[in-house]
Design a protein around this ligand. Structure first.
Ligand SMILES: [Zn+2]
Length: 80
């Protein structure tokens, strides 16, 4: 478990349809899932992503989803 308990991911270009798809979203990761990803992940903003159709990043790339960015920043400051 890294210091940041969320996943940063974006829908792969070949699956991206909307601006929201193309944005980089932040996904709170389940802590008790033994490293397994659920069939879909729900971002802080409510955006659903299928792990097989997404790529994960170490940090925000391109255009981050502002709703996710704010929620992730808040969750980090709360747990600090
Ligand atoms: Zn988002």
């Amino acid at each position: 478990m890294g210091p940041v308990p969320h996943l940063i991911a974006r829908v792969r270009a070949e699956f991206a349809r909307t601006e929201q798809d193309k944005s980089c979203h932040f996904f709170p990761l389940p802590r008790d899932n033994d490293g397994e990803l659920p069939p879909t992940l729900r971002a802080y903003c409510g955006f659903d992503i299928v792990p097989g159709q997404a790529e994960a990043f170490e940090g925000p790339v391109g255009m981050p989803c502002l709703t996710c960015l704010m929620a992730a920043a808040l969750s980090e400051s709360e747990s600090a």
